[in-house]
Design a protein around this ligand. Sequence first.
Ligand SMILES: Cc1cc2nc3c(=O)[nH]c(=O)nc-3n(C[C@H](O)[C@H](O)[C@H](O)COP(=O)(O)OP(=O)(O)OC[C@H]3O[C@@H](n4cnc5c(N)ncnc54)[C@H](O)[C@@H]3O)c2cc1C
Length: 298
Amino acid sequence: MITELRKYGDVYEHEELKPLNTYHIGGTCKYLISPNSVQDLISILKILKSENIKYLILGNGSNVVLNDKEYDGAVIRLNKMNGLKVHPDLQMVYAEAGVVLPYLVTETVNNNLMGLEFAAGIPGTIGGAIYGNAGAYNSCIMDYILSVTILDENYDIKVLEHEDIEYSYRHTMFKEHKNYIVLAAKLFLKRGDKQNSLDIIEDRRQRRLASQPLEYPSAGSVFRNPDGDFAGRLIESCNLKGYAIGGAEVSEKHANFIINKNNATGKDVHDLINYVHDVVLNKTGVDLIVEQEFIDWE
Ligand SMILES: Cc1cc2nc3c(=O)[nH]c(=O)nc-3n(C[C@H](O)[C@H](O)[C@H](O)COP(=O)(O)OP(=O)(O)OC[C@H]3O[C@@H](n4cnc5c(N)ncnc54)[C@H](O)[C@@H]3O)c2cc1C
């Protein structure tokens, strides 16, 4: 089977997942696969199905909490499916799922297209960003999406127009359609001025540096902000800043960040998220919703 899979992409066995997620946690996976193309992805999915092997699509691993045990299936990374076409005249961009946001932002800004400045500091792929409707500073990726190309459970490639996609704050319908794989997206941007965009990006960068613990591995905000409030404020009000389980700690700099301070395990991060959730619920009555995705936890 491995020989067959290797016709369609890079395949590794029992590969470490720590370098593939921004918390730097987790164990190994039975297979790690990077398909060469959409058609190769389809061939790989068909083989996995015939062998009854489960799979997980991993973007840049910047919004996941991985388990320490071996993932008993295939982790599929779309990092080789990373084509990007910028059409400044049409104010349009076509990006394949594996394109990382900072690169996407740089390329659009270089072409005097604006809108995506908010995403310059979000270390995910466009596929992962669409899945969770990533956003910051009152903007989100879905604001700029014209259409999303997906692969459905029957291996059919479909184009969903903006109006076909349900989304809200840090949520899209893709979270309910686990069988959909985001393959690519078309974005519509505003005409802008490169220097103006660079100034905005620098301003946001300074704000992140001042408020977020970027010197430690993390996966960004742990909880969604509840209506009219901030998860960080609630966590801080429960005196949880600095609280640690194993090597994982609630950041002193930003209470809605959990950092891998000292060789944290997946279980440390997992348990700390649950602990913070329960303390906040007991003390304030607010049932915070976890923004990060727990992968393969019972
Ligand atoms: C320092 C830091 C700052 C951050 N700041 C922000 C911020 O300001 N705003 C924000 O929204 N987020 C932020 N994040 C979180 C994260 O970067 C985003 O959520 C990002 O969009 C996740 O993309 P990813 O490719 O890393 O997805 P992953 O973490 O790899 O995956 C997340 C989920 O998406 C699914 N997925 C990934 N690719 C696809 C695909 N092609 N098709 C279908 N499903 C897919 C995965 O299966 C998984 O369920 C931050 C993270 C860090 C570390």
